[in-house]
Design a protein around this ligand. Structure first.
Ligand code: SAM
Length: 310
């Protein structure tokens, strides 16, 4: 693929580079904010599954850029968590860790000096296998892990935003979220392709069941706390509002646009703002480039014996 053909095919990929975002996903959070006003009054925010960091960039620019906060002397704290290392960002503390671990929750709380977060966002995604059922299942598990860690760190009344795959079991996830939040909306930003089952749950007003003790077990399997599932109509069926968001004049992520967008501005290729510093696919790229992928000896050697990636 030529350097500019992806720019043509994916307008948000191109705009991300031109505006200095590390990934096109930045626009998804910006468009969610347009609809839900997510950042008002937020001083402590957590970005779960943050690498390469475009959502953290949005948090950093939006929260730290608010002049009235600086005037009032309010301190903004942002914590980004990912399994992968991420290039540094101004005002963002990184935790290289796993969101399924209670130790990660403890580390976040330590950084906030015992104060709870106002906002938790999670754009987490497992490596997609292409097997839809498996991908949906793993995504759901990641969302529940994000919900679990959120119950440790979020303040009552706080907001949780997370990526969700609208697969066949999605109503079960909605009902789970409704136990912890009085407002749950499924939102589809214009920068998220219609052809993708991806959407985002915006969960407002965190209000856990009385006596709920945060834990890291899977809440879908753990019914040890006292919640009346029968109050829900049908088998845990909850209908949540579905909202398309992002200005209607915004670019359509499913369309292909010409490289020359404006008559008065010549197209110029822009390199990515910040490529991932140590992506998990680096090893595979190296093996493929050197025609080593199909060789048994390449796959059977242990990590320390593998050739150093470029
Ligand atoms: N929001 C990011 C941005 O705007 O740059 C993109 C996130 S990317 C789609 C998904 C990330 O989820 C990957 O970086 C991956 O390492 C992370 N991830 C997946 N499982 C995780 C886990 N259990 N703990 C922490 N991070 C995880």
């Amino acid at each position: 693929m030529g350097r500019s053909s992806k720019d043509k095919r994916d307008i948000y990929y191109r705009l991300a580079k031109e505006e200095g975002w590390r990934a096109r996903s930045a626009f998804k959070l910006l468009q969610l904010d347009q609809e839900f006003n997510l950042f008002t009054g937020v001083n402590r925010a957590v970005d779960l599954c943050a690498a390469p960091g475009s959502w953290s960039q949005v948090l950093s620019r939006k929260l730290r850029g608010q002049e009235e906060k600086a005037e009032k002397g309010e301190e903004v704290k942002i914590v980004a968590v990912d399994l992968q290392a991420m290039a540094p960002l101004p005002g963002v503390t990184q935790i290289q860790g796993d969101i399924t671990k209670v130790s990660t929750a403890q580390e976040i709380i330590r950084h906030f000096e015992g104060q709870p977060a106002d906002l938790v966002v999670c754009d987490g995604a497992p490596d997609v296998t292409g097997l839809h059922d498996v991908d949906e299942y793993i995504q759901a598990q990641l969302l529940l892990a994000a919900l679990n860690i959120t119950t440790h760190v979020l303040k009552p009344g706080g907001t949780f935003v997370a990526k969700i795959f609208r697969g066949k079991d999605v109503t079960l996830l909605y009902s789970q979220l409704k136990i912890f939040f009085s407002g749950v909306t499924c939102a589809k930003p214009r920068s998220s392709r219609n052809s993708s089952i991806e959407a985002f749950v915006v969960c407002q007003n965190y209000s856990p069941p009385e006596g709920y003790v945060p834990n890291m077990s899977n809440p879908l399997l753990d019914h040890s706390y006292d919640v009346d599932f029968n109050q829900l109509d049908g088998p845990n069926r909850v209908i949540v509002p579905f909202l398309a968001c992002g200005d209607l004049s915004a670019f359509d992520s499913d369309r292909t646009y010409p490289l020359q967008l404006h008559a008065d501005k010549q197209y110029q290729y822009t390199p990515p703002a910040q490529p991932p510093i140590c992506p998990p696919y680096q090893q595979a790229c190296h093996l493929r480039k050197n025609n080593l992928l199909s060789r048994e000896d390449a796959l059977s050697v242990g990590p320390s014996q593998r050739p150093e990636p470029p």
